[in-house]
Design a protein around this ligand. Structure first.
Ligand code: IPM
Ligand code: MG
Length: 370
């Protein structure tokens, strides 16, 4: 059998240093019988500089050949003056399109060890364990027409105006809702679908399609929430959620809000999936240019992204579990990067955190949380 091929796309900012830690953890899995071929590709601002494009053809052909993609971080305000299509962030949208990724899964768990890190009171956030399933290919992100023009009519006729099109076809809603129902079935059997059906036609269709599909999942308890209320509930009662499903735009907001519940966006990772097993996996936080290269970034989200890669693309849930156990045991021993530090914990840098988790994975440590 040919080796499993992973394309690693570090990008800029803290991307390269967190990807380097994931690579160490991958190495540590060798004794457990997992060997992958790793190839690096340029993406984002660094690719703008080296190749004149945020997603060069070489990188595209690399990801086409690969079995899975581990993505670092992209984004640099130095490129903000460029037209939108030439900016580093464009690489993300291009990869999603090229790989046909239409689902973004973000799991947010607040373990007992980290409960006091949350910006919310401990009793509110305790027990939070939820999954946001975000549709990733449609909605106002890609709907046409869109543009900027001179307003042809209306109260502001003659002024410059910007416009986008929010749209979803029923099959698009059905395939993402199907994933969400399946996930809910495999978890605690609760699904919250988020829309603005009180205002938007797109949401009206979304709600009907999700409701129709519910007939096939009598074991899943479905509720519909308006997006504003959903965000309010997420902050007020995070532990009441199991699976949340939303379109691209509302899902974007919900995913970040949900991951902020942990107290650091350096902890939870995202799996970007399509029809095939080939997915893209990322920490999902920004480039944090202000702390890049200082050995203080938290590599945990990126290492978790590797875990998701092993679970979803390499079909090795056992190895994914080894990584998760390694992370939890290192945290349980009190090791912390500065973003998740509290007094009486042991402060470590990016490299050391990577080494600790790699060592724990290598020894296949077992650990049970109390
Ligand atoms: C994300 C980001 C992207 C998005 C941006 C950078 C295009 O916020 O991955 O969630 O909105 O999808
Ligand atoms: Mg986002």
């Amino acid at each position: 059998m040919p080796a499993f091929r992973i394309a690693m796309l570090p990008g800029e900012g803290v991307g390269p240093e967190i990807i380097a830690q994931a690579r160490k953890v991958l190495e540590a899995l060798k004794p457990l019988g997992f060997h992958a071929e790793v190839e690096d590709g340029a993406v984002g601002g660094v690719a703008c500089e080296s190749h004149g494009s945020p997603l060069p053809a070489e990188t595209l052909s690399l990801v086409q050949r690969a079995d899975a993609v581990l993505f670092g971080t992209v984004g640099d305000p130095r490129f903000d003056h460029l037209e939108r299509a030439a900016r580093p962030e464009r690489a993300l949208l291009g990869l999603r399109r090229e790989l046909g990724l239409f689902a973004c899964l973000k799991e947010v768990v607040v373990p007992p060890d980290l409960v006091r890190l949350s910006p919310l009171r401990s009793e509110r956030v305790a027990g939070t364990d939820l999954l946001v399933v975000r549709e990733l290919s449609g909605d106002v992100y890609t709907g046409l027409p869109r543009g900027q023009r001179c307003a042809p009519d209306g109260d502001f006729e003659g002024q410059r105006e910007g416009f986008d099109t929010m749209r979803y076809a029923e099959d698009e809603v059905r395939r993402i809702a199907g994933i969400a129902f399946e996930m809910a079935r495999a978890r605690r059997g609760k699904l919250a679908s988020v829309d603005k059906a009180n205002v938007l036609e797109t949401s009206g269709l979304w709600r009907s399609v999700v409701s129709e599909l519910a007939a096939q999942y009598p074991d899943v308890e479905l509720t519909h929430l308006y997006a504003d209320n959903a965000l309010m509930q997420l902050i007020g009662h995070p532990a009441s959620f199991d699976v949340i499903v939303a379109g691209n735009l509302f899902g974007d907001l919900l995913s970040d809000a949900a991951s902020a519940l942990t107290g650091s966006i350096g902890l939870s990772a995202s799996a970007l999936l399509g029809e095939s097993a080939k997915g893209m996996f990322e920490a999902g936080h920004g480039t944090a240019l202000d702390i890049a290269g200082q050995d203080i970034a938290n590599p945990i989200a990126c290492i978790r992204a590797l875990g998701l890669l092993l679970r979803h693309s390499a079909r090795r849930p056992d190895l994914s579990a080894v990584i998760e156990v390694a992370i939890r045991s290192v945290l349980h021993q009190g090791y912390r990067t500065v973003d998740i530090r509290r007094s009486s914990t042991r402060l470590v840098g990016t490299e050391r955190m990577g080494d600790l988790i790699a060592d724990a994975a290598r020894s296949g440590s077992t650990f049970t949380e109390h």
